[in-house]
Design a protein around this ligand. Structure first.
Ligand SMILES: Nc1ncnc2c1ncn2[C@@H]1O[C@H](COP(=O)(O)OP(=O)(O)O)[C@@H](O)[C@H]1O
Ligand SMILES: [Mg+2]
Length: 251
């Protein structure tokens, strides 16, 4: 399964993506969780004990003079799967975690890391690897640059005016090449019976999950713990499990 969560900042992408990655790993084997948001988020919600898992410079080589292709690529002989085994941080339940977008460090290093990250996402064999992405929802650039691996785009939407508006824009942006199989919505922080209907109507997207407003999630956040560890029996974790059931039947 290859999915990416997008949405306005604060909508709940990281909380949901991290929980989803853990549940998927328990059910279906190796998961690569990829955070392309420069603000740390996914590491906490997966429960990986690092917030920074970049690809080191020595894993990358520069294109030789006269050679075709991108400026940087993974070192000769280093496959995407090996790069993940070697450099992705190991999290609970066998989730591996890669972060791209840390804004510090030399720009040269960041550029190398960017190319490697992209190459890993485009060439990691579908067989044996699930991918769960947490994408910053803000810009067209980010979406086109990093969303290509996802077969299903999940737009996380709060039933607030701002979130609904950005979700509607994101729904229109989801025309990556190759196009995803599905662009659907996840309603989050749902408090009232009419919220899901509102999200469906205002975004024009099918709502595949409804995650309730859950104080347990806010508590997990305060503790800096993964929701699935801090509140395994919470209503929000159960809602993410239903989302996984639903997608598992679709794909
Ligand atoms: N269903 C929910 N109920 C209560 N709080 C939530 C819920 N989903 C997310 N949150 C809280 O909202 C904030 C933003 O969530 P986060 O996952 O970091 O959003 P994003 O990654 O989209 O910016 C966090 O404090 C998180 O704990
Ligand atoms: Mg986030």
């Amino acid at each position: 399964m290859r999915v990416a969560f997008v949405g306005k900042g604060g909508a709940g992408k990281s909380a949901i993506a991290g929980t989803f990655a853990r549940l998927l790993a328990r059910r279906d084997g190796p998961v690569l969780a990829v955070d392309s948001d420069p603000m740390p988020g996914l590491a906490f919600s997966v429960g990986v004990p690092v917030t920074d898992a970049p690809i080191p410079d020595e894993a990358v080589q520069e294109r030789a003079e006269g050679e075709e292709g991108p400026r940087f690529r993974l070192r000769e002989g280093l496959t995407a799967a090996e790069a993940v085994q070697r450099y992705a941080a190991a999290g609970p339940d066998g989730v591996r975690f890669l972060q791209f977008g840390k804004l510090r460090g030399s720009s040269g290093g960041l550029l190398r890391s960017q190319f490697a990250f992209r190459q890993i996402l485009s060439s990691l064999p579908e067989e044996g690897w699930n991918v769960v992405g947490d994408l910053p929802g803000g810009t067209r650039q980010a979406f086109f640059g990093w969303g290509g691996y996802a077969r299903t785009i999940l737009v996380v939407v709060e039933p607030t005016a701002k979130s609904l508006l950005s979700a509607r824009r994101l729904a229109r942006l989801a025309t990556v090449d190759p196009p995803p199989d599905a662009v659907v919505a996840v309603a989050n922080k749902v408090r009232e019976p009419g919220d899901v209907e509102l999200v469906a109507r205002r975004t024009g997207l099918e709502v595949v999950a409804s995650v309730p407003w859950d104080e347990a999630l806010a508590d997990a956040e305060r503790q800096g713990r993964a929701p699935i560890d801090a509140a395994p029996d919470s209503a929000s974790v159960a809602a993410v499990a239903s989302l996984l059931d639903r997608l598992g039947k679709v794909s």
